[in-house]
Each structure stands twice: as C-alpha cells, then as structure tokens.
Write a protein that binds this ligand. Structure first.
Ligand code: ES4
Ligand code: ZN
Length: 327
C-alpha cells in the first residue's frame, strides 16, 4: 500500500455519500427488530452475501430493500450519527450528504421524520465531533418529474434544513432533461444543484446535466473521458466530479480498480474528488476508497493526494471564507 498514513490523516471533505447507503447490515437488522419490519434475509451474514452486484440496478434493488427498516425520526438520526462518527475517524471535516426522501415517503414515512432526524444528527455532530455537514435532497430519476415536484413541495417547510438538490437512482433511460422544469424551479429557490451523470450513462447525459439542469457538480462523471470536448468544458468551468472508486468497482463500471481513470481525470486538470457513495454496500468508507485506489494505481503520488483533498474543499458548497481556512 502507498501513502496510507498521509491519505488517512489529511483533512478532507466528502461530497458524495447517500446516507441510506451508510446503513450497515447490523443496523438494518437492529432497526428491523426495533420497528417490527420483516426482512427477506434471515441473518446479517445472509444479507451481506446478497451484496454481489453486477450493475447499478442490481445494487439499487437491494439498497431500497435495506432502507425499508427506516420508519421514525430516531432511525434517521441513528443512521446519520453512525455515518458522521465513522467519517470523522477518517478525518472528514465536512460532509455533504444525499438523502432520498421518496424512498421513505412512498412507504408512508413523513418528510418531517426524515429531515428532522438527519438534521438533528448533523447539528449534534458539529457540536460533539467537530464535523460540519449539510443535506442534499435527491430526486429519484426512475420516478416522474411530477413526483419530483410533489416531493419538493413537501420538503419546502424544511427549506432551511437542506442546501441543495441532486438526481440519483437508475441512470440509463432517465436522462437529466427529464427533470428540466423541477431543477429550474429549485434554481429559482436558491438551492444548490448537482446530478449523477456519466456513471453508467453516456457523455451526453453529462452535457445535459450541465446545459439543461445547470448543475454545479457532476456526481461520478467518469464516462467524460470518452468525450474530449466535454473534458475541456469540465476543466475550463472547474466543474467538480465526485468520483467513487469502490462503487465503480463493485458496480462493474471498471472491471478492476487498476483500470480506474481517476489519474487521467486529475492529469487533465479536472476538479476530481474521491468519495464513498454507499460505503456499507461497497466495502469502504472515505479512507478505504483513497487507500485502495492509490494501491491499485501506482501513478498516483503525494501531490495527487494533496490535490484530491484540496479539490474536495474547492468543490464543496461551504462559503469561500470558511473554505479558505481549510484549503
Ligand atoms: C447510487 Cl451508486 C448510485 N448511483 C445512482 N444512484 C444511487 N443511489 C444510491 N447510490
Ligand atoms: Zn451516488
């Protein structure tokens, strides 16, 4: 392994973490018992054995099943607190956390339980762990734009408790432009905008995330290397990519970590960052992603490590004056 001490100790921001993807199998069973929810798996081990993904959809099916144990405000609090405690150990000093309200409201869970639980954990973590965090509400792209509008409406009483919106779930067949109107509305509301694009989908989805949705960061974006003009656009406009190497490995975006294009993205001058995506499902938190990727890609050096940490702060939605103190 290379540079593990530097990678672990350097202060960093995490910008691509789905909080429902931080639910460890042990906590899924604990919450299932607490809430009387029936699971399709008989043990923690049986559940973990089911984590053998072949693509994004095969993961999403089990990820939504895992989230079915979340019912009450305290469940959302416990999940977020566990993540923030774990992230702080990796010297993550700031996290921008995705949540998928539609996964919960569709089961009859109130928007207030979701947002209040997550927000209370964020506040407690700032006080007790010294880690800052903010919430980003994600629309599920396999659902309709009308449903996204209804979700935005339901979340508006809690407008002060999230900083932006994102777009996640099944990418292929659900291009960004499907959500043009709701993103335009979010922009008017002063929300920060991001979207998953170019994880499994083509460079055209990254172009439309930028030009139609007007997002400020691209989540994943690794397919951009197939389009030279897009690479220039991302570099020139300093549009960050929130790359998730272990996710890409487990969902077979790259057959081996050694084939990951993180080094190429950095060498092209892109604002690439490393993140954990769904750490409980993909086998690693922030520092596991960094350490394993540096081990697999010997061209990555100490300057790249510093650049990744620097990029994570530059790409964050923290106010520039606060950010400069970290950078
Ligand atoms: C996700 Cl890896 C990934 N891609 C798209 N949507 C997601 N939701 C949770 N993890
Ligand atoms: Zn993601």
């Amino acid at each position: 392994e290379r540079l593990p001490a530097l990678l672990a100790a350097m202060p960093k921001a995490e910008l691509h973490i789905h909080i429902e993807g931080s639910l460890e199998p042990e906590m899924i069973f604990q919450l299932a018992n607490r809430n009387g929810v029936e699971l399709a798996y008989e043990s923690v081990e049986a559940l973990r054995r089911a984590y053998a993904f072949t693509d994004l959809q095969s993961f999403l099916d089990i990820y939504y099943a895992g989230a079915s144990v979340l019912l009450h405000e305290q469940d959302f609090y416990d999940m977020a607190w566990a993540y923030l405690e774990r992230a702080a150990r990796d010297h993550v000093v700031h996290a921008e956390i995705f949540f998928d309200p539609q996964t919960h409201t569709a089961r009859g869970v109130g928007m207030e339980a979701v947002i209040r639980g997550l927000h209370r954990a964020s506040q407690d973590a700032r006080e007790r762990l010294g880690i800052s965090s903010a919430l980003i509400l994600c629309f599920l792209r396999h659902l309709s734009e009308e449903e996204a509008f209804a979700t935005l409406e339901e979340a508006m009483p809690f407008r002060g408790q999230f900083i932006g919106v994102g777009l996640d779930s099944s990418e292929l067949g659900h291009p960004p432009e499907k959500f043009a109107r709701v993103f335009a509305r979010c922009r008017e509301l002063g929300l920060r905008l991001v979207a998953h694009a170019g994880e499994e989908g083509p460079p055209a989805y990254i172009w439309s995330a930028l030009d139609v949705l007007k997002v400020e960061r691209i989540d994943h974006g690794v397919q951009a290397v197939h389009d030279a003009a897009l690479m220039r656009r991302l570099a020139e406009d300093r549009i960050a990519l929130t790359v998730c190497p272990l996710s890409n490995l487990k969902l077979r975006v790259f057959p081996e970590l050694a084939q990951h294009n993180l080094k190429a993205l950095l060498d092209a001058g892109l604002v690439a960052t490393v993140n954990s995506d769904d750490p409980a499902y993909f086998g690693g938190y922030m520092n596991d992603n960094l350490v394993q990727t540096f081990a697999a890609l010997p061209q990555l050096d100490a300057r790249d490590a510093w650049q990744l940490a620097h990029n994570s702060f530059e790409a964050s939605f923290v106010a520039p004056d606060v950010r400069r103190a970290w950078q």
